[in-house]
Write a protein that binds this ligand. Structure first.
Ligand SMILES: C[S@@+](CC[C@H](N)C(=O)[O-])C[C@H]1O[C@@H](n2cnc3c(N)ncnc32)[C@H](O)[C@@H]1O
Length: 347
């Protein structure tokens, strides 16, 4: 994994710029030449893509092709050249066209001031909360959207939400009415909408911690009167043990580790393990280094993520799991775009 030199400050000012320019370059000497070649390849790709979009036939397929080509270019030229190509792509007239897609536009404009906010993920979930924003799009924007939210990354994110619901429901079935769950970086806690355990009142509490007060407000109104307890808190607060929130049968973090350098990820995992009851489970998810949409996300969406391999996940698990650990696993979701680690504390 390419490790950026910054560490998230724990209050989430996640910006692509905090990652950019920090990648070591394997091609320092011939970088200008490589950049020129990469620019030329991009020019060929985008000309074909724009012709296909202008022709107006099978637009989602044209977007699928473009996303695949950007992944190839990113991979072929390496991180340092790619970082310098990003602003060139963003300044290209194609950006205005692709940003007619409401999902792409929201990510690029960052209305909440940081990357990967919970409303952005609502586009992926097809949630009614963003229906108005979607409805404001041009017909071309909607055609692009039809593919962008069905690309492998978003498919994996929807599966991730369902996996979280299943983990919560299975924990409730195993531990009974005293079940306590903690979601770190909960966003809008959409996984709770399908939870049978929550709907049937079989949870003692489901603490939803997030740094964004707007997301915490959304959770408070939607889940008022249930076992859900919203907490406006941050990774930094957890690391400083500032939040006195007790212990849990299940703790999970989805859509968070993708922004955390190893050092912070390891420390956070240790803290979460400390907050588990005996027999409790900690799960964290990360976009994998096999993800297919990275080139499009980092350029047109201005959304950078730290992708992790199986070995990267194991390094975090093995550096943070204490001796009282029963079971450690690292596994992929169905299309391998997201990778998961689960650690069970000894009973
Ligand atoms: C990509 S969203 C994921 C939301 C949700 N977990 C999901 O899977 O749909 C990332 C969330 O992480 C939160 N976040 C980012 N950095 C954080 C930090 N340092 N402390 C707490 N929350 C953070 C953001 O506010 C945002 O709601």
């Amino acid at each position: 994994m390419a490790q950026p030199l910054f560490a998230l400050d724990g209050q989430s000012l996640i910006t692509p710029q905090s990652v950019s320019n920090n990648f070591p370059s394997p091609h320092q000497n011939n970088e200008p030449d490589l950049l020129r070649t990469a620019e030329a390849e991009f020019a060929v790709v985008i000309n074909i893509a724009m012709q296909r979009l202008a022709a107006g036939r099978n637009l989602p397929d044209a977007v699928r092709w473009l996303i695949g080509q950007l992944h190839e270019v990113r991979h072929k030229f390496g991180a340092a050249v790619w970082q310098r190509l990003i602003p060139i792509i963003q300044a290209h007239p194609s950006a205005e066209i692709l940003q007619q897609c409401p999902f792409t536009r929201w990510s690029f404009e960052k209305p909440r001031g940081y990357s990967g906010d919970a409303s952005l993920i609502d586009f992926i979930y097809g949630h009614p909360a963003v229906a108005e924003e979607v409805a404001r799009s041009t017909p071309l924007g909607l055609n692009i959207f039809e593919y962008t939210i069905n690309a492998p990354g978003p498919v994996a994110v929807r599966e991730r939400r369902d996996i979280l619901t299943r983990f919560v429901d299975e924990t409730a079935a195993r531990t009974g009415p005293d079940t306590e769950v903690l979601a770190v970086a909960a966003g809008h806690l959409r996984e709770a909408e399908a939870s049978k355990a929550l709907a049937e009142g079989r949870l003692k509490r489901w603490v939803a911690l997030d740094q964004d007060p707007e997301s915490i407000g959304t959770i408070s109104s939607q889940f008022h009167g249930t076992a859900v307890e919203p907490v406006n808190g941050s990774v930094r607060g957890l690391l400083a043990r500032k939040h006195q929130i007790g212990t849990f049968d299940l703790i999970y973090a989805a859509g968070l580790y993708d922004y955390l350098a190893d050092k912070v990820a390891i420390r956070l995992t240790q803290i979460c393990m400390d907050m588990l009851k005996p027999g409790g489970v900690f799960l964290f998810a990360n976009f994998s280094d096999e993800m297919a949409d990275d080139g499009y996300m980092e350029s047109y969406m201005n959304w950078e993520l730290l992708q992790r391999s199986e070995a990267d996940m194991w390094r975090i698990v093995n550096s943070s799991a204490p001796e009282d650990t029963d079971e450690k696993t690292v596994w992929f979701g169905a299309n391998r775009n997201i990778i998961y680690a689960t650690i069970r504390k000894k009973s």
